[in-house]
Design a protein around this ligand. Structure first.
Ligand SMILES: Cc1cc2nc3c(=O)[nH]c(=O)nc-3n(C[C@H](O)[C@H](O)[C@H](O)COP(=O)(O)OP(=O)(O)OC[C@H]3O[C@@H](n4cnc5c(N)ncnc54)[C@H](O)[C@@H]3O)c2cc1C
Ligand SMILES: NC(=O)c1ccc[n+]([C@@H]2O[C@H](COP(=O)([O-])OP(=O)(O)OC[C@H]3O[C@@H](n4cnc5c(N)ncnc54)[C@H](O)[C@@H]3O)[C@@H](O)[C@H]2O)c1
Length: 460
């Protein structure tokens, strides 16, 4: 049995930097990865999807080039070249990370699938064949999550896609039904709609994007519907079956039974943790009823010396959260700090076009908490930069504390909204008030400058 100071399971956005940091501190470290270096983000998540989304935006802009005074009448989408571009970007990131992990002193990179065989003892089924046994005083689980497949009658008898397998498509679907209506559904839905597919979204929740304020959700919904994406909410999918060369999906909506068919079906109904194969019960690591590992605010599991980070611990499931988990552990273990996950900011950006970016609380949450708040809104139609570049879809909305004048939260729908929200997030971190933001000097004409205009009405 090989002995290490630390073992990390999974080379995702938390596990890989943690392995490098511990090795740099001269801990004898092993990093076990069963598939590709970089985990979901690089291989099946952010990197490939955002690459394809950029192609879809180009396709959209070419199709609408006349609005910018450009005649680009003839154009076609070449999905094979798009996928090659995506593969190149993914491979560069994956190979770069792999090279850096395999050349880090004090770090042993092991390719294979790990499972617990005893308390803080693991066996790895090596990808090249054979078994390795190893143990360590400290073990970090960054095993991530995979597409969750709902129990829908007939699903196991037809060919359907997940966010992972859709990335290998070699054709543009003539029509695409998506079950689920959140990040994955909307990003892929708009992408394939822009490539030419007829897209229908079937979402179970009564409300579209239920975590958002209704004005924000409605704004996104209208933008997508203008692009001919059909959105159904409050849907209960009862069954799927093959119908000629199509797939027929039966569902109930507002107590009415309906069915739709399409050439392709995408399941985008959330993700389940990769914990089952780990045999966690052998090492006393407790999980919740869905299999996510339970951790406290220091990312410690129920087993002393075993930690868990990222998606495997449940929501929120974002790359920046997995990475921030790593930062917390690194600071606590190597720099004598006492950091925790409590009260950390959780911004997010959905990469529809325009993007929906959010940080802090919504107006609905402020109302629920009975806060003394004010709301500022601004249509993108009134943002100079948006008007000058013909990107006027969307809106900005901020919730501020009426007494302290600090920003409590904001949502932005607009071109590069993810960048602008970071400025508001910094203001929240630095406790900069909306009165300061309303009159702060910001370069003209930028999207960030619209922060002035967003808050100006509140100080008049
Ligand atoms: C389509 C899609 C798009 C996304 N887009 C975004 C986005 O734009 N922005 C954003 O912030 N987030 C996005 N996400 C979410 C983001 O990708 C994840 O939150 C993030 O990658 C999670 O990182 P992680 O470190 O927790 O786990 P992962 O990156 O999933 O890493 C887990 C690793 O553990 C390995 N592993 C699992 N079990 C074992 C085992 N038994 N032995 C050895 N290795 C094992 C896996 O192979 C994997 O490499 C997206 C996700 C998807 C699916
Ligand atoms: N831009 C980003 O940051 C980004 C992009 C993609 C994915 N992600 C991450 O990946 C994770 C997974 O994304 P996702 O969109 O699959 O999941 P999600 O958990 O965000 O949403 C799943 C959706 O499917 C619906 N649903 C569940 N079962 C259903 C059913 N049987 N019929 C119809 N609808 C059903 C749910 O109501 C929900 O709206 C998210 O947690 C997100 O954090 C992030």
């Amino acid at each position: 049995m090989k002995k290490f100071d630390a073992i990390i399971i999974g080379s995702g956005q938390g596990g890989a930097p943690l392995a490098k940091a511990l090795a740099k501190a001269k801990w004898k470290t092993a990093l076990i990865e069963k598939k590709f270096a970089g985990g979901t983000c690089i291989n099946y998540g952010c990197t490939p999807t955002k690459t394809i989304i950029s192609c879809a935006k180009t396709a959209y802009n070419v199709k609408h080039a006349k609005e910018w005074g450009i005649n680009a009448a003839k154009h076609e989408v070449d999905i094979r070249t798009i996928m090659k571009f995506k593969n190149r970007v993914v491979n560069e990131s994956r190979n770069g990370l792999h090279n850096s992990l395999t050349s880090t002193p004090h770090l042993t990179y092991i390719e294979g699938a790990a499972k617990f065989t005893g308390f803080k003892e693991l066996s790895v089924e090596l990808s090249k064949g054979g078994i390795m046994q190893l143990k360590a005083e400290k073990i970090f689980i960054d095993a991530g999550a995979s597409p969750a497949i709902p129990a829908i009658e007939g699903l196991d008898e037809i060919k359907y896609y997940t966010s992972q397998s859709l990335l290998d498509l070699k054709e543009i679907p003539e029509s695409l039904i998506i079950i689920g209506g959140s990040y994955i559904a909307l990003e892929f839905g708009q992408t394939y709609s822009r490539f030419g597919s007829k897209v229908t979204i079937l979402e179970r929740s009564k409300d579209f994007l239920p975590k958002e304020d209704r004005d924000i959700a409605l704004c996104i919904q209208q933008i997508l519907e203008t692009e001919n994406i059909h959105i159904h909410t409050g849907v209960d999918v009862s069954g799927v079956k093959k119908s000629g060369r199509k797939i027929s999906v039966a569902f109930t909506e507002n107590n009415k039974t309906s069915s739709l068919s399409a050439t392709h079906l995408l399941i985008a109904t959330g993700r389940k943790p990769n914990t089952k194969p780990l045999d966690l019960e052998i090492t006393n690591v407790a999980t919740d009823e869905r299999g996510f590992i339970k951790v406290n605010d220091k990312l410690e599991t129920s087993a002393n010396g075993i930690y868990a980070i990222g998606d495997v611990t449940g929501e929120p499931q974002f790359t920046h959260i997995s990475y921030n988990d790593y930062v917390i552990l690194k600071d606590n273990l190597l720099n004598g700090k006492n950091n925790s996950t409590q009260n950390r900011q959780v911004p997010y950006c959905m990469f529809t076009d325009p993007q929906l970016a959010r940080t802090g609380i919504s107006e609905t949450e402020a109302r629920k908490q009975k806060l003394h708040y004010k709301v500022a809104t601004l249509s993108m139609k009134h943002v100079a930069r948006a008007r000058e570049t013909n990107h006027t879809k969307g809106m900005m909305k901020a919730v501020v504390d009426a007494d302290t004048k600090q920003i409590l939260g904001a949502a932005i729908i607009g071109e590069e909204a993810g960048e602008t929200i970071a400025a508001l997030q910094m203001a929240m971190l630095g406790k900069i008030t909306y009165t300061q933001l309303a009159e702060m000097v910001i370069a003209h004409p930028t999207y960030a400058e619209s922060i002035n205009n967003l808050f100006l009405p509140l100080i008049k």
